[in-house]
Design a protein around this ligand. Structure first.
Ligand SMILES: [Ca+2]
Ligand SMILES: [Ca+2]
Ligand SMILES: [Ca+2]
Length: 197
């Protein structure tokens, strides 16, 4: 019976200390507050762009980590049509969704454009920054846009995490297990010694 107890404690010891892969959620939000000219004046069209970098977690590296989800969300105003493009690591990822106020004097709720950027992280070096460029293009009646914020959200399994530090409760459990284990082996040794006398 005591042998069974030792086994149960041993199992707790193994699973309590080793644990399972650690899913981590990370978010980085940048306030852009940038107004880009994108329109026409005397039949001349021009475009404008903004570039910035999102930070990524220091311990995020693929492999061995793997990505559960990765999204980039851009909020902005005065976005019409679908001619304003978002580049992630110099790859065209999509265009901003039309929406937000369409009149310069209005600041109601902005439009949100959400991009799934999971493919960007098929491999990744820890500590790298995530470069983003937004390119505004205009045509008649599409003279300006305003970018409010950019949010990078990442959920990943940190597969190279060292064994987590056991919680106090687990420590008590381990301690008790070791005491039982010790008592058991002392008793066994005592019995063996008695037999040999
Ligand atoms: Ca890692
Ligand atoms: Ca535009
Ligand atoms: Ca516009």
């Amino acid at each position: 019976m005591k042998k069974l107890g030792v086994w149960v404690y041993s199992l707790f010891l193994v699973f309590g200390v080793v644990g399972v892969a650690n899913a981590i959620c990370f978010t980085d939000t940048i306030a852009l507050n940038a107004t880009l000219g994108e329109g026409c004046w005397a039949e001349n069209f021009w475009s404008d762009s903004i570039s910035y970098e999102h930070s990524t977690p220091d311990d995020f590296d693929v492999p061995p980590d793997d990505v559960i989800s990765a999204t980039l969300t851009i909020s902005g105003y005065w976005i019409n049509d679908d001619n304003d493009y978002v580049y992630v690591e110099e790859t065209k990822t999509g265009h901003l969704n039309a929406g937000g106020s369409q009149f310069f004097w209005l600041w109601d709720s902005p439009s949100y454009s959400v991009f799934n950027i999971e493919n960007t992280f098929s491999s990744w070096t820890a500590g790298s920054k995530l470069p983003i460029t937004i390119e505004a293009n205009g045509d008649a009646g599409d003279g300006i846009l305003h970018l409010a914020s950019s949010t990078f959200s990442l959920e990943y399994n940190n597969n190279d995490t060292p064994a987590p530090v056991p919680e106090p409760g687990t420590l008590v459990l381990i301690g008790t297990g070791l005491i039982v284990l010790g008592a058991f082996s002392v008793k066994k040794k005592y019995r063996t010694n008695r037999k040999t006398i």
